[in-house]
Design a binder for this molecule. Sequence first.
Ligand code: BV8
Length: 252
Amino acid sequence: MTPVISPGLSRRIGDARAIVAFTGAGVSAESGVPTFRGTDGIWSKLKPEELASMNAFLKNPAMIWEWYAHRKKIMGGIAPNPGHYALVRMEGLAPSFAVITQNIDNLHRRAGSRTVYELHGNIERNYCMKCGTAYGDDFVVAASGVPLCPACGGLVRPDVVWFGEMLPEDEWEASVRAAEGADLFMSIGTSAVVYPAASLPLIAKRSGAYLLEINPEPTPLTAQADEFLQGASGVLLPLLAEVMEGTHRSHG
Ligand code: BV8
């Protein structure tokens, strides 16, 4: 039976100095968080732009808050899965390791990942659109209907990046630097269609990184990847962590 992790990839994982894990909704799928574009996707009914956009929010804040409240409810009952924990193990072994995530579910941090760049924000954070005051989940959940800022009466929104909005500058710059400095860049559980995040794997490859894609199905990135490991991240990432641990044990 051919090993799932080839000897060539095992060597690369063991020798990698700077590893980046670029993650999308697929990494949280095994925690029970629905993906966006899969068959069970939360966008299979409505278009992303119809929900995750400023226009949609201003047009109907109550509906958009209902959608986020629904997602917060799902995320309230989830936990990191073996894929998240495998990335924490790998971070402990690699000289340099960063997670760049498009996910807003906070699961990487809850699993214990230390260097995490959140490109599209975090659903547990909210802020007033008028005065910028930050509000936690409790405030938003307690509000009946659309949460208004007690300080200035402004509309409170989720601290996530909507379509047409810029990504947080420092998270984006740090992510580009990490991609340019990586010798192993893993694109995991993302359909690689949302930009500018989806440009990071190619920035890494152009800067000399080995581009590994992990996904149960091919994506628009697969043709440019150096290697495509077909399967679930919750199964494959623990195997990669085991290979890394084995290499570090044998190196003493
Ligand atoms: C912007 C947060 C600049 C909110 C989200 C070119 C350059 C720049 C911009 C654009 C461009 N072309 C188009 C644009 C505009 C747009 C865009 O990219 N549109 C796409 C749809 C074409 N981009 C933007 O608007 C971005 N902003 O560009 O600003 C600017 C600003 C002003 C003026 C000019 C320029 C902002 C994009 C951010 C949008 N926010 N989410 C919220 O979540 O509510 S996007 C959303 O998609 C999530 O963040 C999500 O993470 C992201 C990507 O989706 P995936 O994570 O990949 O999830 P998906 O379901 O698609 O795929 C899951 C994958 O997992 C699948 O492949 C599946 O096979 C796999 N899988 C399933 N199970 C498993 C698994 N894998 C492993 N294991 C498993 N078990």
